[in-house]
Design a protein around this ligand. Structure first.
Ligand code: AMP
Length: 223
């Protein structure tokens, strides 16, 4: 099973991806996290990606496709995986098809309007140690400034500033939104209302996943 999370920045892909990983055991792969780590470690790939990331632009397709190719060929992805932030345009979607053909696929589009995106991202905080995601309004940590999961400290992502958020939203509209039609045509597309609370969104997602998992097991048995 390949689960693709679509949705604008701040729609909850990271949070929901982590919940899916915990409940269903499919590892979450976030190209944003992989790129941020490469930038932090100062690798050659990180140095190539750094400028675009800071500006809210997409990094080049060859970089992210290589990251994904490496990750999804690893043994822990054999049963399936959740993609958060990939693909972000049609050519990445086509590359994914070629890398991992004939995988049962579903696309969950966590829909959210731009006004809510701005508020959410300004209130978002990310643990600098383990990457756990918080929101000061909806999902604050129990102790101020301390990560519930690992005790690390957290801060704001550099690209969660108002100017860069606007640019990321433009990039989403221009490049990523057309994936909705692409995946609708493949009949694997589901829309989820991202304005609901974390637990309600996850309930919607779980009921889609339970249904699709049963279908995918049925189709495997019929082979
Ligand atoms: P995210 O954490 O998904 O919001 O991604 C943060 C930044 O990483 C984006 O604004 C892009 O600069 C870069 N990025 C992440 N995933 C991709 C991708 N699939 N294609 C191109 N750039 C990406």
């Amino acid at each position: 099973m390949r689960i693709i999370l679509l949705g604008p920045p701040g729609s909850g892909k990271g949070t929901q991806g982590a919940l899916i990983e915990k409940k269903y055991g499919f590892p979450r792969i976030s190209t944003g996290d992989l790129l941020r780590r490469a930038v932090q470690d100062g690798t050659p790939l990180g140095r190539r990606a750094e400028f675009q990331m800071r500006e809210g632009q997409l990094v080049s397709d060859d970089i992210v496709i290589e990251l994904i190719r490496e990750r999804i060929s690893s043994p822990e992805c054999r049963r399936g995986y959740v993609l958060d932030g990939f693909p972000r345009n049609i050519s990445q979607a086509e590359a994914l098809e070629n890398i991992d053909r004939d995988r049962y696929e579903i696309v969950l589009d966590i829909d959210l309007e731009a006004g809510i995106v701005m508020n959410r991202l300004e209130a978002r905080r990310v643990c600098s140690q383990c990457g756990a995601i918080y929101n000061l309004e909806e999902n604050a940590p129990k102790r101020e400034g301390v990560c519930d999961s690992c005790g690390g400290s957290f801060g704001q992502r550099e690209d969660d500033s108002p100017g860069v958020i606007r640019e990321r939203l433009n990039v989403y509209r221009k490049n990523t939104e057309e994936l909705k039609d692409y995946y609708s045509a493949k009949d694997v597309y589901f829309r989820v209302d991202g304005a609901e609370s974390i637990s309600i969104v996850f309930r919607q997602i779980s009921s889609i996943l339970d249904m699709e998992l049963a279908k995918s097991q049925g189709s495997k048995a019929a082979e």
